[in-house]
Design a protein around this ligand. Structure first.
Ligand code: PLP
Length: 455
């Protein structure tokens, strides 16, 4: 076993961490943590410090840590067959079984699931499928993709471009030429404070309509959106938003990609966010909750309408030239099967709805009236607390105040992890869906202490 000193040194000398301030990390200035073990909703670091993981890793450990049935399923699969590929119609019992379980849970109009490894690669797949689809239908000009400001869709070339958060694009020269960004459905951050929620929805719709008219509907292939904005601030849409946007997309024959990497498999208290908001997507992106992060696996769920065209495409052009070596990896599939079974057995979708509502309610009771708490919002087991400098005129702290990070650090010293969301002073909470009321109370009490200490 490595000593703590060795771990620190080897880490700094060898490990290129994702989404990290590299220079600060190298200097030992960043608040990094080496995690040793975890059980339920708690993680334990190498120094034996136990923390309630209020963000479920990166909102992915949906069934909680240390689940024996998933661990055994992975071990059994590795012993029987650690790998075989899925190209040219090959497969494994695990990958076929998981495909059936996913499609049994997906909305009725969906047809097949393509398996990848991460949310980013699943969205890359989606964009390629949308372009392929329009080429097969003989409309080669219909290729632009509309995304939203503050949307998060991954870190690949295309998905990093779809992402509408400047911090993920800065200095990368991403290929933004086929991408359009429209308004985020973020009512709390509306420019005009006198605007009603209904007027704000009309404003979002108007901006979309103007964009479509300007670009020409025959140049726009798809609209991608998370049912609830995630990394952009954990923002449920205002009432009526998705109905109004869906109607515009339908009118202009623009496909809808529901990015359910966070919302898929129960987080909002329904199996899919599409179900929650009555969406009828052409593609659904799934990842995190598919395996609860016990193994990397993602997916693109394709509608029946799209599937028919994809089949036609291969009759005309030969096999579809898209795949990863590890598509439908059997160990990921075995983890997915055991994970979905557990979600059913433990009634976690229902618990996400009920305990999530309790968490929001108790948080509002505890800190809702605090002068610097501007907004407490969420859906199911997904919640944000947004802080303001002044509540009356909704002014924000300066970015240089780093208020979100200070609050997250104070919360950590109270034994709870929440995520300082990348843009704005927002604490994000996305605990495992198995959270109990007692654990919810612990999150609220720790947040109350952190807020009263810092502010
Ligand atoms: N889409 C959404 C909505 C996400 O939240 C994320 C990651 O947080 C991704 C896509 C990218 O997934 P991954 O990090 O697995 O590539």
């Amino acid at each position: 076993m490595l000593t703590n000193d060795q771990l620190d040194r080897f880490d700094r000398e060898n490990f290129f961490h994702p989404s990290t301030h590299l220079a600060q990390h190298a200097r030992g200035e960043s608040p990094s943590r080496i995690v040793k073990t975890a059980k339920g909703v708690f993680i334990e670091d190498r120094d034996g410090k136990k923390l309630l993981d209020g963000f479920g890793g990166l909102y992915c450990v949906n069934v909680g840590y240390g689940r024996e049935s998933i661990i055994e399923a992975i071990a059994d699969q590795a012993k029987e067959l650690a790998y075989y590929h899925a190209y040219a119609g090959h497969g494994t019992e695990a990958s076929i079984n998981l495909a059936k379980m996913v499609m049994d849970r997906a909305p009725d109009h969906m047809s097949k699931v393509y398996f990848g490894l991460s949310g980013s690669d699943a969205n890359e797949t989606n964009i390629k499928l949308v372009w392929y689809y329009n080429n097969i239908l003989g409309r080669p000009e219909k290729k632009k993709i509309i995304s939203r400001r503050r949307g998060y869709h991954g870190s690949g070339l295309m998905t990093g471009s779809l992402t509408g958060l400047p911090g993920f694009q800065k200095k990368f020269d991403l290929p933004l030429d086929r991408i359009l960004h429209t308004e985020a459905p973020y009512y709390f951050r509306r420019d005009d404070l006198s605007m009603s929620e209904a007027d704000f929805v009309s404003h979002c719709v108007d901006e979309l309509e103007v964009m479509i008219a300007r670009e020409g509907a025959d140049t726009i292939a798809a609209f991608i959106g998370e049912p609830v904005l995630g990394t952009g601030g954990i923002v449920p849409p205002p009432a009526g938003y998705w109905e109004a946007i869906s109607a515009v997309l339908e009118k202009h024959d623009i496909m809808l990609i529901a990015d359910e990497v966070v919302t898929g498999f129960g987080r909002l208290g329904t199996m899919f966010g599409s179900e929650h908001y009555g969406l009828k997507p052409d593609l659904i992106t799934i990842a995190k909750g598919l395996t609860s992060a016990y193994a990397p696996l993602s997916g693109s769920i394709v509608s029946e309408k799209m599937w028919k065209v994809l089949e036609q495409g291969t009759d005309e052009n030969g096999p579809i030239g898209h795949g990863w070596t590890y598509s439908a990896h059997p160990i990921g599939a075995a983890a997915g099967i055991a994970n979905l079974k557990l979600i059913d057995e433990l009634n976690l979708v229902q618990n996400a709805g009920e305990t999530g509502a309790y968490l929001r309610h108790t948080m509002k009771e505890a800190i809702g009236d605090h002068p610097h708490v501007g907004d407490i919002r969420g859906e199911g087991m997904l919640m944000a607390v947004e802080f303001v400098k002044d509540k009356a005129d909704r002014t924000f702290f300066e970015a240089s105040d780093k208020m979100g990070y200070k609050l997250a650090a104070a919360l950590l010293s109270e034994g709870v992890i929440a995520r300082a969301m990348p843009e704005g002073d927002i604490l994000g909470y996305a605990p495992p869906l198995c959270l109990t009321r007692e654990e919810a109370d612990q999150i609220v009490n720790a947040t109350h202490k952190a807020v009263t200490t810092v502010l």
